[in-house]
Design a binder for this molecule. Structure first.
Ligand SMILES: [Zn+2]
Length: 109
């Protein structure tokens, strides 16, 4: 596969924002938008959208996540309690797991 992203961040990962308005905030990855190199992170980079009233929605202002650049987030290591770079390690059975470059902790369960 040649489409693998360099960042190694996956959906449902916990990440920390390293730049921009929401710097320092933590959230779960909702969606990766690989084509654009951006990511949606839960409760990060919220924007207000004005919506019209519909049958299922009373309308008004709703808050929604806007994509942020992948380069502005780092994987959050629960061990280091900070954003870290991700390394790769090959297991004895040949499969590869992601590891924390700082403490060596295996990040994939
Ligand atoms: Zn770590």
């Amino acid at each position: 596969m040649t489409t693998e992203t360099k960042t190694r961040i996956h959906r449902d990962d916990e990440v920390v924002v390293t730049a921009g308005r929401d710097k320092g905030m933590r959230g779960k990855v909702i969606r990766l938008i690989n084509k654009r190199g951006t990511v949606l992170v839960s409760k990060v980079n919220m924007v207000k959208r004005h919506t019209r009233a519909t049958a299922s929605n009373s309308g008004g202002i709703i808050e929604k996540e806007a994509p942020i650049a992948l380069s502005n987030v780092q994987f959050f290591c629960p061990n280091c309690k900070t954003g870290v770079r991700i390394g790769m390690k090959a297991l004895d059975n040949g499969s590869k797991v992601r590891t924390c470059r700082k403490c060596g902790e295996v990040l994939d369960s």
